[in-house]
Design a protein around this ligand. Sequence first.
Ligand code: MN
Length: 295
Amino acid sequence: MRLLSYKGGRGVRAGAVLDGAVVDLWDALGAPEGRRPAPGAAVAAHPTGVRALLEAYDLSAIAAATEGAEPGPAVSEVELLPPVTDPQKIVCIGLNYAAHAAEAGMEPPAAPTFFAKFANALAAPGATVTLPAASEKVDYEAEVAFVIGTRASDVGVEAALDHLAGYTLLNDLSARDLQFQTPQWIPGKVFDGSAPCGPYLVTPDEAGAPDAIGIALDLNDERMQSSDTSDLIFGVAELVAHLSRLMTLEPGDIVSTGTPAGVGSTRQPRVWLGDGDTCVVSSPQLGELVTRIAR
Ligand code: MN
């Protein structure tokens, strides 16, 4: 199943793809009675978005409602938004592919390295992202991200995958000059639009094995990165388990798993994003995330 967020006349809506058309999931599931937001969970900013949906319904209920639903407009006719528009957390893992750690001249970490982005970073599929004036050296990073479906606190590796809602694509746009000004990478990771995300939230049954998800990036039609999640140093289940020991993960939280080799800052000559560039992050399982760059 492919879930999505879109903007309609009724604001931010959660949908599913059925034969190329969008099923509005709040219409399909009816009034959100029986909602089960976890005790203590913050109220979703978008009450008819995907995060609120995940707080209210199991994937099985969503799938059942989708099957019998009346398809709405074609996917190509709606304005897609990031699959989760109002996550509590956007966690990004660094140095999680051995070949990327090597090209960056860094030792693969003994425990997952991570940093955060904030909601201002999210950009929709097909969006144009304006480069920050504060940086001259913005780079791309194609990543497979996963989204939490059910609250996860101190879960073990063996139960970790049960907490997933699915997977999506994320381009961890990175201002390298700001990233390395201080020991913390966050200054280079937080500019507006620095996390294009989407197009879909692909559920685990459709995405297949978590260690076999392809990931590639084309910059202006030239292949720059190509790998799959079998090369992750810390796999999806390990990341859920590790992070859930440090903090409670909530429905809609996004965890981006890191980028493979081939980023622009390690190339000779170096490649920085500029006005008019187009990044396409793609995956056979997860689709295609197109982002245009403007200065
Ligand atoms: Mn990254």
